[in-house]
Design a protein around this ligand. Sequence first.
Ligand code: ATR
Length: 284
Amino acid sequence: MNNIKGSTNVVGLIGDPVEHSLSPSMHNAAFESLNMDYIYVPFNVKDINLNSAINGASSLNIKGFNVTIPHKINVIKYLKELDPIAELIGAVNTIDFKNLKGYNTDGLGCIRAIEEVTSIKDKKVILAGAGGSSRAIAFYLAKSNVESLNILNRNETKAKNLALDVKNSKLIGNISYGNIDNIEKYLKDADILIDTTPVGMNPHNNDKPIATAQMFHEDLIVNDIVYNPNETVLLKEAIKANAKVIYGIKMLLYQGIESFKIWTGIEPPIDIMENALKENLNTN
Ligand code: ATR
């Protein structure tokens, strides 16, 4: 455990619940390995206390927060400045108290996870789901010069609305939407599938996956952002088809790395943070 002193810088997480968060493990492991005088602390903050939590954190000289459910949208009204992509997304997962500025590193985390295995530029991407996670990822994909983006959702109106919002950002021209029931048709021509739905998430490990092995071609890259279980039903299908898989833990890892950089200006050690996440995922 870090040696807390009078000079120790505090960063942390606000949300409700926060008790099972894996973020303290990865950030504190990185601080310790770099011998940095920082500590990461989770705070359970109820909706009604959000404003006073932000004011209080400023007063207490807290350096930065991660923000999780249910505060990612509501917290914006208490900030002074927003990163342009966070503004487009309309949600914040990172606050830098230097300037009370909000960022969204979730989508960037997903892009960096994919960039570990391939360049995302000029790729044809299918994004399954049209909720908060999909929205965060969609704007970053649009900014990353993908060839095309196709948003598929059970509720097609939500896919349409998200596609329109992304199109209006003018970051991307080639954007479409459809019903997730027709995913097989769209997969034939896709390079990357990102699943943002909770299908297969613990305790529903044996859900019917959104797509099955015979729908995948070998060159497809399949990313499920669910990280518990590590190998979801969708990723099991992808492995059967010899497609390349990206585990959900990678997005969690890289969104944390991007937050760490915002607070400290330092690129943390990826392997240390990843190992801390994996260890705590197994024991949580
Ligand atoms: P998150 O913040 O994790 O994105 P969310 O905003 O609640 O969560 O969004 C969940 C997404 O998963 C939605 O797009 C939802 O589809 P609907 O808009 O049709 O509700 C999708 N989803 C949830 N359960 C699903 C299921 N069993 N099959 C397919 N899609 C599902």
